[in-house]
Ligand binder design. Structure first.
Ligand SMILES: [Zn+2]
Length: 465
C-alpha cells in the first residue's frame, strides 16, 4: 500500500507538470483519490509523500520509481490518467466545472457510448440528446478501448457534463444546456524546444532521417522545403547530407511529436542550400534563404511526393501503347494509385473531366502565361471544379491509370504561352522574397536559429573528417 502511494507520488514529483495514476498500485486510497479532481489528488498525495518519507527507513529494499511513459501518446495509450489541469479552459465557468468531481467509466473492447452510459446509470434520453450534438457525436461514436469517459450528474441524476480525451492534446467537453447539450474541444498548452539532427545519405532520405531520429513528417517537410532546388526523385546521391533544427513539442513535460522545422541545410551533389523559417508581419510563415529570397518558386518542380520519373519529356518518342512516334509533351511520374497530386502553383482550374487518352484530367491556368495539365487521374480532389481557385500544394486529384496508360502514373505538362515545355528543366519564376520593409525584422528574427544551425553543422562536419 505504502509502496503504491509512493510510486504514484514519485511519478508526479519527478515530472512536476505531469501526474499519473498507476491504478495497479494505487489500492483503495488510490481508488478513492481517483474520484476527486486532479487538484485534490496532487494535494492529498503531497501529504502522503511526507508520510511515506517518514516511514522509509524501516524498509530494506530500495524503492524504485515507476517508469514514466516516454511520450504523451504512450501515456494515453497505456491508459494512464491524463492531467486535465493542463487544458486551457476557454472560460472561468468551464474551469470550475472541470475541477469538480467526475465519475469515471473505462471503455472496454467493443463498448459503445450506450454501454458506458448504462454503466454510469445514465438515461438513454441523455445519450440521445448528447448524440444530437455535431461536435460530440463523431468523437463519441468511435471511442477507444482503454480510455475513460467521465461524467457529472445533477441532483436528479441527469447528465450535466461529460468529458473524453480525444488525443494527447485535446479533450471533448460536453455540458447540459436546458434539454440539449453543447460541446467544445479543450486544448492543452503546447511548449516547444529546439532539437537538432543531421545525417548523411547512404541509401535513402527516409533511412537517413530515421537513423538521425527524425519522424517521417519532418523528413517530408524537409523534402518539401528543398524540393524546389533538389529533385528528390532523381538527383539524390550517396554522400549527400543534411542538418536540421526543428521544434519538439512538449505537453505536460512529455514529448508530443515534432513541430515546425526552424532552419535546415541540405548538401546535394556538392552544392549546399540553406533555409530558415520566418513568420512575416502578417503572420504568414514561409521558408527563405538566409538572405531573404523565397525557398519557394511560383511552381513545384514535381507535383507528386516521392515519385519516380518513368518517361521524360521527348518530342520524338515512340508511344508504348500506340507503338509509333508520338511526341511525349510532358513527364510521367510513376507512383502508386491513389498518391495525391498537388497543384504545382497558385491558379484557377480551367478544365476538369475526361479527355481521350488523357483519361481523367485537370488543367490549371496560372496568371496569363502559364498552364499545367495533370492526366490519368484515378479521381479528382475534393471540391475541384472548373473556375475554382487553388493554391500551390493543394490536392487536386490522385494518381491513377485512366485513359491510355499501362500502369498508374501522373502525366504532367507545363505550358508557357501555349507551348509545351519540359517540366523538369523549364526555368521557374521565383516566389516573392521578404519585403524590403521587413528586411531588418527578418534578420533579427532568423539570426539566432541560423547561428544554432551553423554551430551544430560545424561539429558534424568535424566529426565526419
Ligand atoms: Zn505521359
Amino acid at each position: 500500500m505504502l509502496l503504491g502511494i509512493f510510486r504514484s507520488v514519485s511519478a508526479s514529483m519527478s515530472q512536476a507538470s505531469y501526474t499519473v495514476k498507476h491504478s495497479r498500485d494505487a489500492g483503495p486510497i488510490g481508488r478513492i483519490l481517483a474520484r476527486f479532481g486532479a487538484r485534490h489528488y496532487i494535494a492529498i498525495t503531497g501529504i502522503s509523500l511526507i508520510a511515506a518519507a517518514l516511514l522509509l527507513p524501516e524498509r530494506d529494499e530500495p524503492l524504485q520509481a515507476a517508469p514514466l511513459p516516454a511520450t504523451i501518446e504512450q501515456a494515453l495509450n497505456e491508459h494512464e490518467r491524463i492531467d486535465f489541469d493542463l487544458l486551457l479552459p476557454p472560460s472561468e465557468h468551464v474551469a470550475e466545472v472541470m475541477a469538480m468531481p467526475w465519475q469515471q467509466v473505462k471503455i472496454s473492447n467493443g463498448d459503445s457510448m450506450a454501454v458506458a452510459f448504462k454503466r454510469a446509470g445514465l438515461s438513454a434520453q441523455d445519450l440521445h440528446a448528447v448524440m444530437q450534438n455535431d461536435i460530440a457525436a463523431p468523437v463519441l461514436r468511435k471511442v477507444m478501448p482503454g480510455r475513460h469517459v467521465e461524467f457529472q450528474t445533477d441532483e436528479e441524476g441527469r447528465l450535466s457534463a461529460l468529458r473524453y480525451p480525444i488525443d494527447s492534446l485535446s479533450t471533448l467537453f460536453v455540458e447540459r444546456e436546458g434539454d440539449s447539450f453543447r460541446a467544445q474541444t479543450l486544448e492543452k498548452a503546447v511548449a516547444t524546444r529546439p532539437q537538432f539532427a543531421s545525417a548523411t545519405i547512404e541509401s535513402s532520405l527516409f533511412a537517413a532521417g530515421q537513423s538521425a531520429g527524425l519522424n517521417d513528417s519532418v523528413i517530408m517537410e524537409l523534402a518539401g522545403i528543398f524540393g524546389y532546388d533538389i529533385d528528390f526523385a532523381l538527383d539524390l546521391r550517396v554522400g549527400d547530407r543534411f542538418s536540421v533544427v526543428y521544434e519538439e513539442r512538449l505537453v505536460e513535460g512529455l514529448p508530443a511529436g515534432p513541430g515546425n522545422i526552424l532552419a535546415a541545410e541540405f548538401t546535394n551533389l556538392g552544392k549546399t542550400f540553406r533555409a530558415v523559417r520566418y513568420v512575416d508581419a502578417n503572420g504568414k510563415a514561409s521558408y527563405y534563404t538566409p538572405d531573404g529570397h523565397s525557398m519557394r518558386k511560383a511552381f513545384l518542380r514535381m507535383p507528386v511526393p516521392f515519385a519516380r520519373v518513368s518517361s521524360n519529356f521527348n518530342l520524338s518518342r515512340k508511344h508504348p501503347i500506340l507503338n509509333r512516334i508520338r511526341a511525349h509533351k510532358g513527364v510521367d511520374y510513376a507512383a502508386p494509385a491513389g498518391t495525391p497530386i498537388y497543384a504545382s502553383g497558385d491558379g484557377k482550374i480551367s478544365f476538369v473531366g475526361t479527355k481521350g487518352g488523357y483519361g481523367r484530367m485537370v488543367a490549371i491556368q496560372h496568371g496569363g502565361n502559364f498552364t499545367t495539365h495533370y492526366a490519368h487521374l484515378s479521381r479528382y480532389g475534393k471540391g475541384i471544379s472548373t473556375g475554382k481557385r487553388v493554391s500551390q500544394g493543394q490536392v487536386i486529384g490522385y494518381v491513377g491509370s485512366s485513359g491510355l496508360a499501362t500502369a498508374p502514373h501522373l502525366h504532367y505538362e507545363f505550358l508557357v504561352n501555349g507551348v509545351h515545355r519540359n517540366p523538369r528543366t523549364v526555368p521557374l519564376p521565383q516566389a516573392e522574397p521578404v519585403p524590403a520593409a521587413e528586411k531588418d525584422r527578418f534578420i533579427a528574427a532568423t539570426a539566432p536559429v541560423l547561428a544554432t544551425l551553423d554551430a551544430h553543422s560545424r561539429i558534424m562536419v568535424a566529426d565526419n573528417q
